[in-house]
Design a protein around this ligand. Structure first.
Ligand code: ZN
Length: 85
């Protein structure tokens, strides 16, 4: 049972980065070395697989182009919680 959490072969690989202070555009590079620069959008209705990684109702952002996920910068003060339905 100890290794069950570490190895989940069926789960898709989800990349989560941490935003730099005031970062608004994706800084992922493509295989050609081109900067993605996609807009990071707040993502509210993420799937269960992501919820397991970041928790429910977490503040998470997603690049509109490469779909890389971004967590807010831990040094930045958290935004006031606004629930959206
Ligand atoms: Zn991107």
């Amino acid at each position: 049972m100890a290794e069950a959490a570490a190895t989940t072969p069926s789960a898709p690989k989800i990349k989560i980065k941490t935003r730099k202070p005031r970062q608004r555009a994706c800084d992922e590079k493509s295989e050609k070395g081109k900067l993605c620069a996609g807009h990071l959008k707040r993502w509210y209705d993420y799937p269960k697989a992501v919820e397991q990684l970041v928790g429910a109702k977490a503040e998470i952002y997603r690049c509109e182009f490469c779909k890389t996920l971004y967590k807010p910068d831990p040094n930045e003060l958290p935004r006031s919680y606004v629930l959206r339905y």
